[in-house]
Ligand binder design. Sequence first.
Ligand SMILES: Cc1cc2nc3c(=O)[nH]c(=O)nc-3n(C[C@H](O)[C@H](O)[C@H](O)COP(=O)(O)OP(=O)(O)OC[C@H]3O[C@@H](n4cnc5c(N)ncnc54)[C@H](O)[C@@H]3O)c2cc1C
Length: 397
Amino acid sequence: MTDAAELNAFREEVRAWLGANCPPEMREPMRDETDACWGGRNPVFKNEAQKLWMERMAGRGWTVPDWPKDYGGGGLSPAETKIMKQEMAAIGARNPLMSFGISMLGPALLKYGNEEQKKRFLPEIARGEIRWCQGYSEPNAGSDLASLQTKCEDKGDHWLVNGQKVWTSYADKADWIFCLVRTDFQAPKHKGISFLLFDMKTPGVSTRPILLISGNSPFCETFFDDVRVPKDQVVGEINKGWDVAKYLLGHEREMISGMGLGGQTGSLGEALVETIGRDESGRLADPLLRADLARFDVDALAFRAMSERFIDELKAGMAHPAQPSMMKYAGTELNKARHELVMAAGGSNALEWESDRSKKGKAAREWLRTKANSIEGGTSEVQLGIIAKRILDLPGA
Ligand SMILES: Cc1cc2nc3c(=O)[nH]c(=O)nc-3n(C[C@H](O)[C@H](O)[C@H](O)COP(=O)(O)OP(=O)(O)OC[C@H]3O[C@@H](n4cnc5c(N)ncnc54)[C@H](O)[C@@H]3O)c2cc1C
């Protein structure tokens, strides 16, 4: 559908459907991570509205609007997908389903999975029936991911996996893992890696939660002791998992870059007026903070414009492969700056940790969480290295 009249008709249809089907509770901003719906084999819904919203969107394939209908998606074109997102944003509709299956594994399966794998996993992901975690990092393989040592041996009728992953987000809640394993120890490090999928309930898989500075424990150490994995659960070719891994990382970085938008449409200065107060001429009362907030608002507008252009280029297949690194770097640094300003505006009150007044330390906990934005999915330093080498083509990079 490309014709303007058809697109307008589609917009009307989406608007009417959302109006009738998005429960009012799902039009409120999310207050914290527990407001997100993650689906899975044993989904936890915060309330009936959240369940209804996820089911209604999944019923139309709109949890993944641009995936093909055959795999549980909505089959929408890039232009239609954009319209749908705009209409959702216009009424403040929440994302119905947070899912590493949608934002990371799905795109990799669409490109590298065989037909059987696509039919088996993609519709389950679209309906929110399976929750995935990402087994990339290891104690000695973070930025230098290709050094990973988790061993995967071919035992004829199955793979045998032994090793350890770390920082595996929600490993204790996930149903399945997409995992990088070494299948060849003799080859150069990038060339002996395979991309494997397996059930977290497989005997030999165990997890141990890691406690964070924010007081939460969203990720784990993950151990594999003689884990037997069916032969048909490798995605792509054996020993060529690095290609799949890199492609998936591009999508992960695109997802993380969205934090730059911070769920905020207007000016941060305006949003903080109540906290900071106004001077006699109606401007924000603190002149230094006012200047910082003005600078931030300009950066946020520029990021939003860049982000829209990037998504359009990506959907049109015209994005540079290293562009997600640029977006991730800009988006996560911006989000850190946003929360620094929220804390500066709040003063010592913003440091409250447990009180009801502070909503159990919402501002402080969110601020601390942003510190991880420029680490997860590859650090800012690593993104700058990629930008220098692959986009700017700098000598010596
Ligand atoms: C909140 C959070 C969630 C995460 N979730 C997952 C997950 O679900 N699954 C998963 O597999 N991993 C996950 N990670 C791990 C994440 O991918 C790694 O932490 C990240 O890649 C950095 O690796 P590292 O921690 O080993 O740090 P290191 O690689 O040891 O880096 C240490 C420091 O050295 C710098 N550095 C390293 N190499 C270079 C270089 N070449 N040039 C310049 N500077 C360099 C880094 O920038 C960093 O400042 C998560 C991390 C966080 C914080």
